[in-house]
Design a protein around this ligand. Structure first.
Ligand code: ATP
Ligand code: MG
Length: 160
């Protein structure tokens, strides 16, 4: 479906804040999205992508400063970045975390829980939308998971 991304994200952010307010987690949000910008997507699935990434960000975040940042940039594509201030991921592992069942340092991770599927599912959904997904990280400083979505190109804007 063609979805207004501005409105979609507002709804997502509200839902996330509601869900995580009990844990005193602060979710910062900023964007430069035009009200009219549309994206062709399955909103339920993209919501799943965002929630899977946020779930990780919260699992691995700095427990003394429970803040995460969600950023949307409208350029040629829509760029979505979910950034935490957590333990980080080593360079060598950055591409592996999107593999099925892959978990950095099993031992450290058993406490955190999970099966290693969240990011594999996210990647599969983003790629089905012809987008890209990747991770950027600095150990002990934090991680950003980023993905892109294509905009609907509006040729006949003038008739509106
Ligand atoms: P599941 O999502 O199935 O509950 P999971 O969270 O372990 O399990 P993924 O979401 O696929 O699995 O993440 C894979 C691994 O990548 C995690 O186990 C963790 O080691 C690492 N990882 C993912 N996100 C972060 C993050 N924000 N900070 C640090 N490590 C991360
Ligand atoms: Mg996960």
């Amino acid at each position: 479906d063609e979805i207004h991304i501005y409105r979609f994200m507002e709804d997502c952010i509200n839902e996330l804040r509601l869900e995580y307010s009990k844990q005193n987690i602060i979710i910062n949000y900023n964007n430069n999205i035009n009200f009219n910008t549309k994206v062709i997507m399955d909103s339920q699935k993209i919501k799943r992508v965002i929630f899977n990434i946020v779930q990780n960000a919260i699992k691995f975040m700095n427990k003394d400063e429970k803040v995460l940042m969600i950023e949307l940039r409208e350029e040629e594509k829509i760029n979505i970045r979910i950034k935490d201030n957590g333990i980080g991921i080593e360079k060598e592992q950055l591409s592996l975390i999107f593999d099925k069942f892959y978990r950095v340092d099993e031992a450290r991770n058993t406490k955190a829980g999970g099966t290693g599927l969240g990011l594999a599912i996210a990647k599969q959904i983003v790629e089905a939308h012809k987008g890209e997904i990747w991770a950027e990280s600095v150990l002990e400083e934090g991680t950003s998971i980023c993905f892109t979505l294509s905009k609907v190109v509006n040729e006949g804007e003038s008739h509106e």
